[in-house]
Design a protein around this ligand. Structure first.
Ligand SMILES: Cc1cc2nc3c(=O)[nH]c(=O)nc-3n(C[C@H](O)[C@H](O)[C@H](O)COP(=O)(O)O)c2cc1C
Ligand code: SF4
Length: 478
């Protein structure tokens, strides 16, 4: 089927394979939707044509918006988000109802909702999959958010290089305007919500909310110091709700189903489901939706299992942490992951095996953060680069005395002076691997040996001083 190369057939709970999307409705080849888990947002993938409003409506689309606008007050909509216990899926896990209340309570003639689809982390495909496979679900969530906070404008900000997502979201927005589902007098009521789609650069920091708002406002895409928070002074100085695309899709799902149905999956502090991108040393990389609280170990079969003996999972993308195989009973949940130096972050889980060097993988992530740092904060710009250089010395078996102390001290200082969370989180892959795989660091530094056999290490230079302090530290404290 043309354009369907990357879409795996999904099986419904009854075991019946789903029909594939109609022509033109497939996903980009790099996006594969995996079987299993607990599909909610992904339920209609393969059943609806993402380019068709009629198809979305035939599967219950826009009943949630209609319910909100015709039958609920804005406060009641916020109340449903609170009852559901919805927390942001863009990284920080902030309670959605709390954010909406703050914007609703702020006196202003003008308020704005911005959907964040900057998809800054290249290891995560969840938001892009949603935008390509079910764009109206995001659009519906955006409209509900706008209604709830009293915003008459909403912008869907999308990475420019996600052209299929951009096209489908634009089409969806145009379709809603033609059907009086957006624009002036939505559904014949006195509610007006003007929707637009804006394209942005694909830099990592461009997904940070204040950097994204600065770029949308015509400034350089760099974070600003908070306060002011976007909820009081956001885009063009106007109270702004910034919400991740997946969060907004859950908003529509909650109003269509119920807060109780949403909270029926998950943990005490993390309700609902989450899109997870499984990649690395797995048989079948892809995107799957799981209940929050699912043990990490249970994620692996969803990707066809590891291709070797699993050594560790890097959970949360460039700012995430490495969780060793012995700790894979850790629940995939905001609090539990935070307790082991990782986080949900962008929703990516990178699987490694015995042939993966932990030092080199930590360097990979750190180098990514160093390259993507916007440069506004000197400790971040210089600090991330110094950390990479230090790792390079360790990898090349040419460490300087005190290099291991330097890694930890510099990470701590960077966290203390950070302007945005990129800097706080960037050292985490390094700190967690240093804590959990000290032998790999030691072997590289002292003997020029890669215990995973993965790195081509240049001949060892004489060790200038004994390496000490490779004992564990708390990554959470980093
Ligand atoms: C470096 C960095 C990159 C980020 N990238 C994204 C992103 O691509 N998408 C996103 O929704 N949030 C991203 N965030 C988080 C946003 O700043 C913000 O917290 C989020 O969009 C709020 O939405 P939520 O409450 O629905 O999670 C990033 C944060 C940082 C520090
Ligand atoms: S902490 Fe880093 S990425 Fe964030 S604003 Fe400063 S330089 Fe830019």
């Amino acid at each position: 089927m043309a354009g369907m190369a990357g879409v795996a057939a999904r099986r419904r709970p009854g075991g019946r394979p789903e029909a594939m999307p109609t022509a033109g409705g497939g996903l980009s080849p790099e996006i594969r939707i995996l079987d299993g888990g607990e599909p909610r947002l992904l339920t209609d993938f393969g059943r609806i044509d993402p380019r068709s409003l009629d198809s979305y409506r035939a599967h219950g689309g826009y009943t949630a918006l209609e319910r909100a606008i015709r039958h609920l007050s804005p406060e009641a909509v916020i109340g449903e988000m609170e009852a559901a216990g919805l927390r942001g899926r863009g990284g920080a896990g902030f309670p959605t109802a709390q954010k909406w209340r703050a914007v609703r309570a702020t006196e202003s003639d003008r308020k704005i909702v911005v959907a964040n689809l900057m998809g800054a982390d290249p290891t995560s495909l969840g938001d892009r999959a949603l935008a390509e496979g079910n764009p109206h679900l995001i659009v519906e969530g955006v409209q509900i958010a706008a209604f709830a906070v009293g915003a008459s404008e909403a912008i869907i900000a999308v990475r420019r290089d996600w052209q299929t997502a951009v096209e489908r979201l634009r089409l969806a927005v145009d379709q809603t305007a033609s059907a009086h589902l957006s624009g002036y007098l939505v559904l014949g009521t006195d509610v007006s919500i003007q929707l637009s789609v804006e394209e942005g650069s694909g830099a990592y920091v461009a997904g940070e909310e204040t950097a994204m708002l600065a770029a949308l406002g015509g400034d350089r895409g760099m974070p600003w110091i908070r306060p002011p928070y976007p909820t009081t002074r956001g885009l063009w100085g106007v109270p702004t709700v910034v919400q991740n695309a997946e969060t907004l899709a859950h908003v529509a799902w909650i109003l269509a189903h119920s807060p109780e149905a949403f909270a029926s999956a998950g943990t005490a502090t993390g309700h609902g489901t989450k899109l997870v991108t499984l990649l690395g040393k797995v048989a079948q990389p892809g995107v799957v939706e799981v209940a929050l609280g699912t043990p990490l170990l249970d994620l692996l079969p969803l990707a066809g299992g590891g291709t070797g003996t699993v050594k560790a999972l890097f959970v949360g993308g460039p700012g995430g942490g490495a969780i060793e195989a012995a700790a894979l009973d850790t629940p995939y949940d905001y609090d539990a992951l935070g307790g082991v130096g990782a986080h949900i972050g962008s929703g990516s889980v990178l699987v490694t095996d015995e042939a993966t060097c932990m030092v080199d993988t930590a360097r990979f992530f750190l180098d990514f953060s160093a390259r993507e740092a916007c440069g506004k904060a000197v400790p971040c710009r210089i600090g991330t680069r110094r950390l990479v250089e230090t790792l390079d010395r360790i990898l090349a078996a040419t460490p300087r005395p005190g290099d291991f102390d330097l890694l930890r001290d510099l990470s701590r200082k960077m966290a203390d002076t950070a302007l945005c969370h990129l800097e706080v989180l960037a050292p985490r892959p390094m700190l967690t691997t240093l804590q959990r795989f000290p032998d790999e660091y030691r072997a590289h530094a002292e003997r020029g040996v890669c215990l995973a056999g993965a790195c081509r290490v240049e001949p060892v230079q004489p060790l200038v001083a004994p390496i000490s302090n490779v004992e564990p530290t708390s990554p959470a404290a980093g």
